[in-house]
Design a protein around this ligand. Structure first.
Ligand SMILES: Cc1cc2nc3c(=O)[nH]c(=O)nc-3n(C[C@H](O)[C@H](O)[C@H](O)COP(=O)(O)OP(=O)(O)OC[C@H]3O[C@@H](n4cnc5c(N)ncnc54)[C@H](O)[C@@H]3O)c2cc1C
Length: 350
């Protein structure tokens, strides 16, 4: 069931109480909900997210290359094997490219490479995130979860085993839900982290180990993938290298590239840069990224020019950290443990 503003006015009169309230219906929130419902029959789960459950084509997120252990989790624990094969691009391992001479990057043979020769023994995938989240949310609702299409605006956290309260804004209406167990799946909004003053976002100190990075990324469709299978001995394997997660390197930056939509030949391309070497102002618009690519990876600039731009994003602050890894356990410890496992095993960058 989906609860919208209109439903609040007509149907919700009392404070709703759930076993678990999940704040955020992204990758983590949706996977967590499915895992709980598959393992604890009858559990009462609420999921909250301001994004439309339809997730149209513009609702695009990064985080599409699954590490193999995540793919195993989705296949074995969440039962999504057929779903992934039928709906998302395969991932045939990783490929790494370094320019032999950074001023000469016109062809794939201008790079040194490391790549896999065969298909990995464990299946993995490149996710189309909007599609994945839309589909798993729908499956969760079919399994009994209630979806609140609104935004969490505040939390009242209480002592262990008491009910916590989550305040939600649905359009112009406000409601509150209660549960012993809260899951923060709101990504970089860090709802519980902010409420408990547990975050480090400090770039002037060594607290983040010197990490001072930003990221720009874009999606391009209708590209011509021929560069991936030219040059560097493509005959050694059956599958096209187009379906590997590509990593390209240069001074002060690392660039990833992966296919997320086979029908429209859509690529997700992003650059992570160290701001001491490449300042944000040099890379924070699509035109600047194109110029950067022309100067540093001209074959990729050409690839992008040959396709149709879908979207562009720039994130000036990438790194963050928690002051404490484990906070006071809120509610039953197993739920927090599952949350930690979800965050730390599923959501690495690869
Ligand atoms: C540039 C970049 C590249 C990356 N590449 C990869 C990669 O290749 N592979 C990989 O595994 N990971 C990658 N990641 C990491 C990955 O994107 C994140 O770890 C992942 O998106 C986190 O998922 P999540 O569900 O925790 O958060 P999100 O996907 O951000 O979902 C959070 C959800 O919470 C909702 N929300 C926000 N505020 C509220 C609120 N107040 N109330 C209710 N809901 C709210 C949002 O609408 C959203 O749907 C990358 C990250 C970045 C920035």
């Amino acid at each position: 069931m989906t609860i919208t503003e209109a439903k609040v006015a007509t149907e919700l009169t009392e404070l709703e109480v759930y076993d678990v309230v999940i704040m955020g219906a992204g990758f983590a929130g949706n996977c967590q909900a499915r895992h709980l419902m598959l393992n604890i029959p009858g559990i009462k789960v609420a999921i909250i997210d301001p994004r439309s459950p339809e997730r149209d084509g513009k609702d695009l997120k990064v985080g599409e290359s699954l590490v193999e252990i995540t793919a195993m989790f989705l296949i074995k624990e969440l039962g999504l094997s057929e779903y992934l094969i039928e709906n998302h691009s395969p991932k045939y391992g990783l490929t790494f490219h370094w320019p032999k001479d950074s001023s000469d990057t016109q062809t794939i043979d201008d790079y040194h490479h490391i790549w896999v020769n065969g298909s990995p023994t464990i299946e993995s995938f490149h996710l189309n995130r909007a599609k994945f989240e839309r589909d798993i949310l729908k499956m969760n609702q079919e399994m009994g979860a209630t979806f609140y299409n609104g935004r969490v605006v505040d939390l009242d956290l209480t002592a262990e085993d008491e009910l916590h309260t989550v305040h939600i804004k649905l359009g112009d209406s406000k409601i509150a839900l209660q549960a012993k167990n809260l899951i923060d799946g709101a990504g970089r909004r860090f709802l519980i982290g902010k409420k408990t003053d547990n975050l480090i976002f400090d770039f002037d100190t060594d607290k983040l180990g010197g990490l001072n990075t930003g990221a720009a990324w874009l999606r391009v469709k209708n590209i011509d993938p021929k560069i991936f299978d030219q040059g560097y001995d493509p005959s050694l394997r059956g599958a096209s290298r187009y379906y590997t997660t590509h990593h390209w390197f240069g001074k002060g930056h690392w660039l990833w590239m992966l296919p997320i939509n086979t029908e429209e030949r859509e690529l997700s391309i992003g650059i992570t840069h160290h701001k001491n070497v490449i300042p944000s102002k040099d890379i924070n618009t699509v035109e600047k990224v194109k110029s950067f690519l022309k100067a540093n990876h001209s074959l990729l600039a050409e690839l992008i020019e040959g396709g149709d731009l879908v979207d562009f994003n720039y994130l000036p602050r990438l790194a963050h950290m928690s002051k404490k890894l484990f906070l006071r356990i809120i509610g039953m410890s197993w739920v927090m443990l599952l949350l930690c496992l979800t965050h730390f095993t599923l959501l690495g960058w690869f």
